[in-house]
Design a protein around this ligand. Sequence first.
Ligand SMILES: [Zn+2]
Length: 257
Amino acid sequence: MRSLNNSLQRWRMRRVIKYHPIPHNIWQSVTRRLPVLKGLDAVQMAHLREMTTWFLNRKMFSGAQGVEVTTSMKVVVAVQACLLILNLGVECFDGWVEVILYPGAFRVHHEQTDAIGLVHNEASDLSGESWLCGPVILSWDNVERDAYAVHAGHNVVLHEFAHKLDGLNGVMNGMPPLHRGMSRKRWADAMSDTYEKLCRHVAAGKSTFINPYAATSPAEFFAVVTEYFFTAPDILKKHCPNVCKQLALFYRPVATL
Ligand SMILES: [Zn+2]
């Protein structure tokens, strides 16, 4: 049954690539502007283009607050999302369909219950949000800022889609489903040791070795170290070598870190 599903998937993918290709000029003009793709060779770029084509065919983009979503904008988001799963497979993004683009930071209201049971309605401005089985929401301002210039450790698209991978086993907690042969213990040890060290630095008011936002929760830690892994692997390797090793096993990059 599995091989039948795989064959069906490949057949569908071939049809999408044949009948719904990304226009060549758009693919070229977008991808040449994205520094995060610089290390990829021609074969990897071709594979990434196939996956991006598939992504665009399977996902629905919509603009909020007057954003008119162009094909180029969709490609900017899709190609970076697919970079995460280049060596994992398109099925990692199954189970949801919508990507919503806001022009800038968007305001959300979340209810929080405090220690004595009072419910607080808190508002915050976000550059991105990823729902467990729902949409990915992004601020286009932030997508552009992070996409076209290198901001070490900052990339909102990689961040929000890393949450999607984290949630593949039903909960976003910094522990995505690992590949066969990977050790849950080694993953948990590497992540929690570094996360706790970061939390101690933040609590003590010390400068932190990576973006202190990673100390918000284990889920945010995974999303932030993913941003470093793809945009500033040297920083991650230097300050969080065990985390870097586990992410290399998870994302399976061809280049050796
Ligand atoms: Zn996050």
